[in-house]
Every structure is written in C-alpha cells, then in structure tokens.
Design a protein around this ligand. Structure first.
Ligand SMILES: [Zn+2]
Ligand SMILES: [Zn+2]
Length: 436
C-alpha cells in the first residue's frame, strides 16, 4: 500500500471518530439540554467523553507502536530447553525475505516488508501491523469503540424518543434532525462491523490465538477430519485467564488500561501436557506433502484410474468409435509434415509441406469428397477451374513417376546379336523377307 494512502485512511478514521463523538454532543445533546451546562448534562457527557478519550488514546498507541521486530542478533535457542526449535517447529524457522531467523509466532508481513513478532494481521485502518506490542492496544481500541458507539446510540436514541412523546418546544430543529440522521448513518455500521470483529478477537484472546494461527487451526482441523493427522493440541492455549494475562497483563484491574504488552515477543509460554513431548510441532505439517519413510516407500497416486500391471494402462483399451469420430471432427484438418490428405497425383499435392484443407466441412473429410468439390487455387479466384479428370491425372502421374531416374529398373530388351544396328528401322515384314 502506498504510504500516503495509509495516512489518508488513518486521517479518515480520526475524522469519523471525531464526527460521531463531537457532532452528536454539539448539535444534538447540547440543544436538547437547553444549551445550559447542568449537572445532568455533565453526568451524561462525562462518561461518554472518557470513553472517547480512551478510544482515541488506544487508537493513537495502535498506530504509533511498533508491533515488534526481530532483533538482528536473535538466534533460535537450540541449547537450553529448546522451546523454539525442538518442540515447536522441529527446525529453526527462517525468513528468506528478511534473511534472518523467525521467532515462534512471528510472521513476515508483505506490506511492512519485515517479520513481525506474534503477527496477527496487517490492519489498514491503523496503517500498521497488529503484533505482539500493539495487540493489547488494538483489543482495547475495539472494546472502547464498542462501548462508545453503544453509549452514543443510546444517547441519540433517547433524544429521539424524548421528541416523539414530548411537547412542542422539544421538537428538534432541522439542524438537529440532519445531525441525528447523520449520526445514525455513521455510527450504526461502525458498531455492527467493529462489534462482529470484537467478538472474533475476544474468541481469539480466550484461546490465545492470532488470526494467522486461527487459519492454521482450521487447516489442522480439516486434516484431522480427513484422517491425515491425529488430534493436535494448540500449544499456546494456557487456559482462559492465563491467555488473557499473556496479552493484557497480569493485573486484572489494568486490562482496560493501555499498558505495554508483557514479555518481549520472542518467547512464549507453552501449555503443559503430554502432547508436547518434543515430537509435536506447530503448525503440524500435512503428511501428504512430505515423506517420512524415505523415497522407496513413497506412495504416489496414479494419474489414471486405469491400472494395468505396473502402473501402465491396459494397452488394449481404445476409445469408442463414436468418441474417435467426434474427436476427429473437432480436430482441425491439420496434417503433419509430409503427409497430405490429397493423393500425390492431385495438382494441389505438395510434398513435404503441411497440408491444410481450405474450407473443408465436417462431413467432407474423405478423399472423394475433396475431389468432388470444385477446387479453387489461391490467386485464381474468379477464373473457372475445370473439374479434375481423375483418370487423366493418374495417367500423367504414372508417366512422371516413370521418368524419375533410378526409380524403376526398366526392362530394355537387348538387340538380337545377329541383327545389325542398321536393321532397327526395318519393318518386321522386310526383315523376314531378308532372312529368307
Ligand atoms: Zn521476514
Ligand atoms: Zn504489516
């Protein structure tokens, strides 16, 4: 994404937040309370402004906080408990684009063009990745958007209901009316969209799963369903309370307060259990994409359903005649080099060239059909071409063929040894008469 576009989106989000938050107070609530600062008005607007303040603060932190990048010197720890290498992946994870090792749960973000610790997703609305260091702020931001929007809609709806059952001086002015409609139009979709997104992220938080890991889990579930894999427990699921603590901090009273994320994002606690005995990796690989028993035991699915002896197809199998006919009909009348459908004595026959029948209909593929049709050579359009005399053609062809040197051993009768060369022109009758 272009950097300017990202900034533009962030500014748009800020404008939207400010419009919903402040236009409702200035143009709807303030006139409703008669334009006088009262305890009632303050008690209505103070909580709302606090919510909006928290929302903006968390949004700001989401945008400016680096989600976490892999330090230059970071190497997978293969000597100590080996969490990152032996148990989780089997081999060190490496990012070829960044040219460095990947810590567990880190992924490469194409938009940011670098690896991001505990990457969740790249969010265009904050023009930043959501990763280890700002995931907490992101969740709090969603939470305050939900609360603020709900508070806002309740407030505006109360104003509307008050009008409906109210007295004539309570009726809203046209400005109020316009802003009421605009506030509904702006706030309702935001609450619906962010609300649905919040429910999903609450579910992820309770399972200590990132969006990417959610996809991995779906993939694993599919493989288990298809019988390719045994059930694999997600290694980071520590139990609900610990899962929330791993993102929002140990102190429950500060979960809604924007505090920095616990940990450095390079190492994560793993669930204890029998499943993690060193042989389990996450995400588990699809067994059909790699071979565990060596190449000699590799099972390769045959490309054809027909098997005949050692993987070859039955040689006596032939397509149906009707199938062959239709295939021949579909095939253009293109012939291979040196082979022509025309007989060699035909005037259009050209040896060694790829013959293509012009305008041949599907039905007239036979030799006789070709000959029956009046043929028009390229360049002779408009001239009458006489029909081909087949016998004449054959005769001429055979004559030509006979004249080719070395093609036939010709029988040339040797002259009689007795007769002289002068006698050649003498007729038979004269010769007989001579001899006598
Ligand atoms: Zn990378
Ligand atoms: Zn990113």
């Amino acid at each position: 994404m272009h950097p300017w576009l990202g900034r533009l989106i962030v500014n748009f989000v800020l404008c939207l937040i400010c419009f919903i938050a402040y236009s409702s107070q200035i143009f709807i609530i303030w006139p409703w309370y008669g334009g006088v600062l009262s305890i009632e008005l303050i008690s209505l607007l103070l909580p709302f402004n606090l919510l909006v303040g928290m929302l903006l603060w968390n949004y700001f932190l989401c945008v400016i906080t680096d989600p976490g990048q892999v330090p230059d010197t970071w190497r997978p720890d293969t000597h100590s408990d080996g969490y990152e290498v032996k148990k989780l992946t089997g081999e060190p994870r490496y990012c070829r684009m960044c040219d460095r090792y990947k810590p567990p749960r880190a992924h490469h973000c194409r938009t940011c063009d670098r690896c991001v610790l505990r990457m969740d997703h790249h969010c265009p609305w904050i023009n930043n990745c959501v990763g280890h260091h700002n995931y907490g702020y992101f969740l709090r931001f969603l939470f305050y958007v939900d609360l603020s929007c709900s508070y806002h809609l309740t407030m505006v709806t109360r104003r509307v209901f008050h009008t409906m059952g109210g007295r004539y001086w309570d009726e809203p002015s046209s400005v109020e009316l316009v802003f009421t409609i605009l506030n509904y139009v702006a706030c309702t979709p935001v609450l619906l969209a962010v609300g649905a997104f919040s429910v999903y992220h609450l579910y992820c938080l309770l399972g200590n799963t990132t969006t990417i890991e959610g996809w991995e889990k779906d993939k694993v579930a599919t493989m288990v369903r298809r019988g390719k894999l045994q059930e694999v427990k997600f290694p980071y699921n520590l139990g609900r309370k610990k899962n929330i603590e791993s993102v929002l901090g140990k102190n429950m009273f500060l979960w809604c307060w924007p505090i920095a994320a616990p940990g450095n994002g390079l190492k994560y606690e793993l669930a204890e259990g029998d499943a993690f005995d060193g042989s389990v990796s996450w995400p588990p690989r699809d067994p059909s994409t790699y071979n565990t028993d060596g190449p000699q035991n590799e099972f390769v699915l045959p490309s054809s359903p027909w098997t005949y002896e050692n993987g070859s197809i039955n040689p006596s199998l032939e397509p149906y005649n009707s199938q062959r006919r239709s295939a021949a009909r579909r095939r253009p009348q293109r012939l291979t080099a040196g082979v022509s459908s025309l007989p060699p004595y035909h005037p259009d026959y050209q040896e060694g060239t790829e013959a293509m029948l012009e305008g041949s209909d599907e039905e007239s593929s036979g030799e006789d059909d070709v000959l029956r049709k009046p043929l028009v050579r390229a360049g002779s359009e408009g001239y009458e071409v006489r029909p081909v005399d087949r016998d004449d053609l054959l005769r001429r062809y055979l004559t030509d063929l006979g004249e080719q040197p070395g093609r036939y051993h010709r029988y040339i009768p040797t002259p009689d040894s007795e007769s002289d060369s002068e006698d050649d022109d003498v007729t038979l009758a004269e010769a007989i008469a001579k001899r006598q």
